[in-house]
Design a binder for this molecule. Structure first.
Ligand code: SF4
Ligand code: SF4
Length: 432
């Protein structure tokens, strides 16, 4: 019996593949094509490989896996495609096929497992913070970097480069489970605390609660589930991701909306309805859940603001997180909210459509490409001479901060919601 590279469990759909007319309009916006100029590292080439994977007699070759692995999943090609090709649906169906039908080396499997077992567990990530703070503040980090001691291991060097400058006391920060609306209550919203977000950027979650409450929302922010599964979804670890998705759906039933402040998480949560569509028990619940998911900027831009904005005099470069701009089509809302802050000057760096190279755990799995994209992004950002940079995704914040500091630039990164919170409270940004 003839076999093929992809199995029968939700393979990429032939009709979606057939939508591609091979025009090549997406090529200049594809970061991997920009880097290497290889047809098979472009959206068009990868779609051809997907068609090959469906062909009877095909096999999952190393080369095929390499080209799929090199895709950042940034979805810039979805924005660029004039034929409306759903590359997002295609690559999301392809990744689990790779994980099921290709045997990675033990080292590769172990590394991926290590990342998931650390980053998606806030309870494991949190105890590392005092160690990281000690490493940085003791001068050990500077010593290691000066000697280039990790350069022989690009993945380890990348991990070290991305370490955020967090204070040890952050490990003890907790959000209240329920925060009442100040003034007249508009609605009750659930807030995803996230895994990396709550540990590495607790100030973003705090600012989100402050702003939502000031704008009339009661905020329900449960401690569990620990993670939405986005990092695993985007890497093809579908079964584990689906378990987390179900927990999340259950946790937020009864909320009027589910708010998220991390672009990668939001795009996955909006997709639960699609990935669980065939599940007789969860399909309808997942669809209803996804319909309620809003990025925080999306939710706030939908309503008339009630809280007063105070001036914030700052030149801010806006970075479009791919999973916000391309995967969710959210570009105008965060800009409009930032422009509504008196005194704030919003700057638009060139190359907005190109990924910064973070893309979930991409920069850790493909450190050379991640580094090159990070440096290009920082060049574009510095060209507009900002005093600060904003991005609506923790991965982008870590990546851009790392490459700004590599250039010796002491330019802070914020989430847009942190600037809005500071404006509402009339406080300086470094007042915490
Ligand atoms: S998702 Fe991004 S990296 Fe992947 S093919 Fe599309 S543009 Fe290229
Ligand atoms: S994905 Fe869209 S833009 Fe890219 S080659 Fe196919 S039809 Fe053209």
């Amino acid at each position: 019996m003839a076999t093929r590279a992809f199995d029968a469990r939700r393979p990429p759909e032939q009709e979606l593949i057939d939508d591609c007319v091979h025009c090549g309009f997406c090529l200049p916006t594809c970061p991997t094509y920009v880097l290497w100029g290889e047809e098979m590292d472009s959206p068009r080439g990868r779609i051809v490989l997907m068609a090959e994977g469906l062909r009877e007699g095909s096999r999952m070759s190393e080369a095929m896996v390499t080209h799929f692995d090199r895709c950042l999943g940034c979805m810039a090609c979805v924005t660029a495609c004039p034929s409306g090709v759903r590359y997002d649906r295609l690559i999301e169906a392809t990744r689990p096929q790779v994980e099921r039908n290709h045997r990675r080396s033990p080292l590769e499997r172990g590394f991926r497992r290590l990342l998931f077992e650390t980053f998606t567990h806030p309870g494991r990530l949190r105890p590392l913070l005092p160690l990281l703070a000690g490493y940085r503040r003791s001068g050990l980090q500077a010593w290691v970097r000066q000697r280039g001691m990790l350069e022989r291991w690009p993945r380890v060097a990348m991990m070290e480069r991305l370490l955020p400058d967090v204070r040890a006391r952050v490990a003890f920060d907790r959000l209240p489970e329920v925060t009442p609306a100040s003034g007249v209550r508009r609605a009750r919203v659930g807030l995803l605390q996230g895994c990396v977000q709550r540990v590495m950027f607790p100030g973003v979650n705090r600012a989100t609660v402050e702003v939502l409450s000031a704008e009339g929302y009661e905020v329900y922010a449960p401690r569990l589930p620990r993670c939405c599964g986005a990092l695993m979804f985007h890497s093809g670890y579908e079964d584990e991701a689906l378990e987390l998705a179900k927990e999340l759906i259950e946790a937020f039933e009864g909320c009027d909306a589910v708010v998220v402040n991390a672009a990668g998480c939001g795009s996955s949560m909006k997709d639960y309805g699609h990935v669980l569509a065939d599940d007789p028990r969860w399909g309808e619940r997942a669809r209803a859940f996804s319909a309620k998911v809003r990025d925080v900027s999306e939710l706030l831009a939908e309503v008339e603001p009630v809280a007063e904005r105070h001036p914030l005099r700052l030149r801010v470069a806006y970075h479009d997180a791919c999973h916000l701009a391309h995967a969710q089509g959210i570009r105008e809302q965060p800009r409009a909210l930032l422009r509504a802050i008196p005194g704030l000057e919003l700057l638009e760096p060139p190359g907005w459509e190109l990924c910064c190279g973070s893309a979930g755990i991409y920069n850790l799995l493909q450190p050379e490409a991640g580094a090159e994209l990070g440096r290009r992004k920082v060049d574009d950002i510095l060209s507009v001479k900002p005093e600060a940079v904003v991005a609506g995704n923790p991965g982008c914040a870590l990546q851009i901060s790392a490459y700004l500091s590599e250039r010796g630039e002491n330019i802070p990164m914020y989430h847009p919601i942190e600037l809005i919170a500071a404006s509402l409270a009339n406080r300086r940004l470094d007042d915490g």
